[in-house]
Design a protein around this ligand. Structure first.
Ligand code: FE
Length: 356
């Protein structure tokens, strides 16, 4: 048998082994497998996620499959411009990022290729992935209201729309509009309420802010803890990070708030994803798909859920104890593809609303 293994992936090679040799040629099969094992299969990832659990999972994948995972970390701007400059001659097979707006940016720029996987289609609900398999959501985060336990009664809370109410004047803490989490939230409001209502909403929320936006999501919760504001609009996992922080002040800040899931009697709470897609120039596309499938399955999903206080996309995997303690909630199942498409409009509306 004369096969050029350097151009075959392990996946294809093992299909070949099963298909052409079968059990009648045991010795030959072993020889082929040994030869496959010697080939250093690899996979290259651009990632703007900076979570330790990712490396742990790559190592696990490496140990299971023999496929070496190389990562090139960077911030989204760097990575997107790198992908643009490199075109199909790029280093990476996968782009992994936190927020659908980034995934959509990469998709719109033509960086991703179509893909298909029965495994992923069965695990990941359709609103959390691109219809042609350009990208897949792997973990979910909800953008919620963290409210001061001692100053806000839940009877005062209801929807994102209600944050525009003058009763919240000077009480809302939320970060700047150049942040993609806010852009995706506003995109969801545009999709649900229309552009005009979304602009009116953003304008009214600006009027209700305790100060012009600054800092990240954690800082918004800290502002509530410091009694500068009563509500913070943040992603769920930041509350988890604060509660588990080694800094006692951060811990206290986390303990000073409760989580409220807005819009429960209507469309549900806005959710976003960390997700990834296979790049056009991928030299290891089959390996890339293997990794995505690995990350969507139970073992990896359990670790992702445990490490970062996110919600697993795999419904067979429970959220971490802490995340479960926040209670179950209804998710807005608006397609994240739609949220990506509305990103540019959201940015324009933020500008018009004067949201810094
Ligand atoms: Fe984040």
């Amino acid at each position: 048998m004369n096969i050029k293994f350097s151009t075959l992936t392990v996946a294809l090679a093992s299909v070949f082994v099963l298909g052409s040799c079968g059990s009648s040629a045991e010795g030959e099969t072993n020889a082929v497998e040994n030869e496959v094992a010697e080939v250093q299969e690899e996979l290259n990832i651009y990632t703007d996620r900076h979570y330790e659990v990712d490396r742990v999972l790559y190592d696990l994948f490496e140990a299971e499959t023999g496929i070496k995972v190389n990562i090139l970390p960077g911030n989204p701007e760097e990575l997107l411009s790198r992908m643009k400059n490199e075109g199909d001659r790029g280093f990476a097979d996968i782009y992994f990022t936190a927020d659908v707006a980034r995934l959509y940016q990469a998709q719109a720029a033509g960086f991703f290729q179509n893909s298909s996987s029965a495994v992923l289609d069965s695990i990941i609900p359709s609103y959390l992935r691109e219809e042609n398999g350009q990208w897949y959501g792997l973990t979910k985060r909800a953008r919620i209201i963290a409210y001061a336990k001692d100053r806000v009664d839940t009877s005062m809370l209801s929807t994102y729309e209600d944050l525009a109410n003058a009763k919240w004047k000077g009480k809302i803490a939320v970060r700047a509009s150049n942040n993609v989490y806010n852009q995706s939230l506003l995109a969801s409001i545009i999709a649900n309420d229309g552009e005009e209502a979304a602009l009116a909403w953003a304008t009214a929320v600006v009027a209700n802010m305790y100060q012009a936006p600054s800092g990240n999501d954690r800082d918004q919760v800290k502002a509530v803890f410091a009694e500068k504001a009563d509500l913070a609009i943040v992603n769920t996992y930041y509350v988890g990070k604060l509660l588990n922080s080694e800094d006692p002040l951060e811990k206290e800040a986390g303990e000073s708030v409760n989580i409220y899931f807005p819009n429960q009697s209507g469309r549900g709470t806005h959710i976003n994803i960390s997700g990834l897609g296979i790049l056009n120039g991928a030299k290891n596309a089959e390996n890339a798909m293997k990794l995505i499938e690995f990350l969507a399955q139970e073992k990896a999903q359990e670790q992702l859920a445990e490490a970062n206080y996110e919600f697993p996309v795999n419904k067979n995997v429970p959220a971490s104890q802490l995340v479960q303690s926040w209670g179950t909630f209804k998710e807005d199942t608006l397609s994240l593809q739609t949220i990506g498409e509305l990103n540019a409009t959201a940015i324009q509306l933020f500008d018009k609303a004067g949201w810094k």
